[in-house]
Design a protein around this ligand. Structure first.
Ligand code: ARG
Length: 594
């Protein structure tokens, strides 16, 4: 009936109704249709076109008296045929209620089961996502964890939408702190040129060198000297720098492996020569101003806001300089047209300044490029204060993940799962629950707000939690498995059985599943993933309603299977497929047994 159903329903209806409005009232042909999904009662339809009141007001302003109801009826009359609309009703004072076609739903679902869940079609873009980005020799803290989790999911979402995504780890691997680290390395591990130094704890090493730097004048001098030799590319200093970076790099990689995060390293050091050229570029454009020995740049022509420091009074560069070099490289060399920076809200002034300055310098063109600072709030402890260990230290991420594993194992044991699952299945379930709940808790809140980190809350199996979703998913998977029939080849089943939508709860569930594309578009437009979490939760609760009311498998008194409802099991399989797609984006590992 239609060759392409990989579109978002709301978007399709917007087109249809915009056309209806234009046909009904040519003078309002530029009024976009307002479409909303209806969750209240099915008698008001599944979607609503809410333009009648607004149009009536507009007409009144022009001296024409038309009731919203009449306008609604006119929109209804002018609506072009659409394969996805069953009927349109005008209710009350002008609500245009749209009822989805069951035939369309069945064909969409059938196609999804045959071909897999397809993304909605959008124009392909090259998008650079800057996320995680911890600093060498310093602790990767919970702020970096949030950036890692959110950035990975945003990348997955945009990749699912078929964009060309470049994932960048903007490591803090350059700067004056390396002078003291190198000098300290030379003293502690004089043989560093020939063998990798056995630095166990780089944070400790950092603290030691900082202590010496603050207390010992001659060490301080050597440290400064080492910055200069490093920047001039001297081999020994470069080697020492690499050795230090390697220690951190290995630690970071362990976290990425555990969380299943893929990211390409391109730290601040990558921009060494580009910082020189961007400074030249800005200077030649006359955008740099001397200020107390520094060279600064105002992001705004009228000098409002805070200026960027492009060159320090000692000739060195800053975080601002490297981000100016980076934005230029990303737009002009990588040819990305959308840049996404996943960094805590504390840096919003910095990014606002960088974006404005890049625009002022002609590097960024808002008509072609989109830039987003995807900011997020802080993680709080259960006491509502900044997240710390009991002894008041910053929390080590590897310890946090270990603790998650302990909690999740305990929960699985309490449920007696260690008796049922094989040792491998148990480990798989343990990791899926532990890492899944840490990621999901982060993603399910609006990222702008702060949230409280609590393993007890995240491991709750009721409410909008990873545990609830994972359990629902495995329950859905077990339905086909327990039918005694082979559902592994869905195409074969679909050749023999049709999906029928008779029961009200079947219809409700299917309509919910069909919202997937709308939700994905909404998440991608605003770069908010909590909408996808809310959707997963809705799918699971609507599924529970369906499962409570609709038998998929009927058993006789002796407990033997006497009837299998293939259509309903197909609906279960479609639900599982939709959840799997969402889980992939959210970084949850679906496990068949838990
Ligand atoms: N390393 C920085 C930090 O830990 C984050 C870098 C974010 N990305 C960027 N392009 N500035 O705060």
């Amino acid at each position: 009936m239609h060759d392409d159903d990989t579109f978002a329903i709301t978007e399709h209806l917007e087109k249809v109704f915009t056309q209806a409005i234009a046909t009904a009232y040519p003078r309002f042909s530029n009024v976009p249709a307002i479409i909303a999904a209806v969750n209240a009662s099915p008698k008001f339809g599944d979607y609503q076109c809410n333009n009648a009141m607004g149009l009536s007001k507009k007409m009144k302003d022009e001296g024409i008296n038309k009731s919203p109801r009449d306008i609604g009826l006119e929109i209804q009359r002018c609506c072009p045929a659409s394969p996805i609309i069953e009927k349109i009703e005008v209710a009350g004072p002008g609500f245009v209620n749209i009822f989805l076609s069951k035939e369309f739903a069945v064909s969409s679902l059938t196609r999804m089961l045959r071909e897999g869940v397809k993304p909605p079609k959008v124009p392909r873009k090259r998008i650079l996502v800057d996320f995680s980005s911890p600093n060498i020799a310093k602790q990767m803290h919970v702020g970096h964890l949030r950036s890692t989790i959110i950035g990975e999911s945003i990348s997955r979402l945009l990749e699912f939408l078929q964009h060309d995504v470049i994932r960048i780890n903007h490591l803090g691997d350059w700067g004056t702190q390396f002078g003291m680290l190198i000098a300290h390395l030379e003293d502690r591990f004089p043989n560093f040129l020939n063998e990798s130094p056995p630095i166990g704890d780089l944070q400790e090493f950092y603290k030691e060198s900082k202590k010496r730097f603050d207390a010992d004048e001659s060490f301080k001098k050597r440290a400064y000297n080492r910055v200069v030799t490093l920047q001039s590319g001297e081999p020994a200093a470069t080697k020492a720098w690499q050795q230090i970076c390697d220690v951190s790099r290995k630690e970071f990689q362990k976290i990425y492996d555990r969380l299943d995060v893929t990211i390409q390293e391109r730290g601040e050091s990558y921009y060494q020569s580009r910082m020189l050229t961007v400074v030249e570029f800005l200077r030649n454009k006359g955008l740099l101003e001397l200020d107390d020995g520094r060279e600064i740049m105002w992001p705004d022509v009228n000098k409002s806001g805070i200026p960027l420091t492009i060159v320090k009074s000692d000739g060195g560069f800053t975080y601002d300089t490297s981000d100016m070099a980076a934005i230029r490289c990303r737009l002009e060399e990588d040819l990305a047209t959308w840049l996404i920076y996943v960094v805590d809200a504390g840096q919003s002034t910095h990014f606002h300044g960088i974006f404005k300055a890049a625009e002022r310098a002609g590097i960024l063109n808002p008509n072609i490029h989109r830039v987003d600072h995807v900011q997020f709030g802080v993680v709080l402890g259960e006491d509502g204060k900044k997240f710390k260990t009991r002894s008041g230290d910053t929390v080590k991420l590897s310890d946090l993940l270990d603790e998650g594993l302990k909690y999740s194992l305990k929960q699985l044991q309490e449920r007696g799962r260690d008796q049922i699952l094989t040792p491998n299945e148990l480990v798989e379930a343990q990791e899926a629950v532990a890492y899944g709940c840490i990621k999901y808790t982060d993603l399910c809140h609006n990222r702008i707000s702060d949230y409280i980190f609590s393993f007890d809350k995240m491991l709750d199996d009721r409410g909008n939690t990873a545990v609830y979703l994972l359990y629902t998913y495995t329950r859905i998977c077990s339905i086909a498995r327990n039918s005694g029939e082979d559902f592994s080849n869905l195409a074969e089943i679909l050749d023999k059985f049709q999906i029928v939508l008779e029961h009200e709860k079947e219809w409700k569930l299917v309509k919910t599943l069909l919202k997937l594309h709308d939700v994905l578009m909404k998440c991608a437009n605003g770069l908010f993933l909590h909408f996808l979490c809310e959707f997963c939760y809705e799918v699971c609760t609507v599924f529970a309603e369906f499962y409570d009311n609709c038998y998929c498998i009927e058993k006789n008194k002796a407990g033997e299977i006497c009837k299998i409802n293939h259509s309903r099991i197909l609906i279960c399989e479609a639900t599982a497929a939709v959840l799997r797609t969402c889980f992939h984006i959210l970084g949850l590992k679906p496990v068949a047994k838990i």
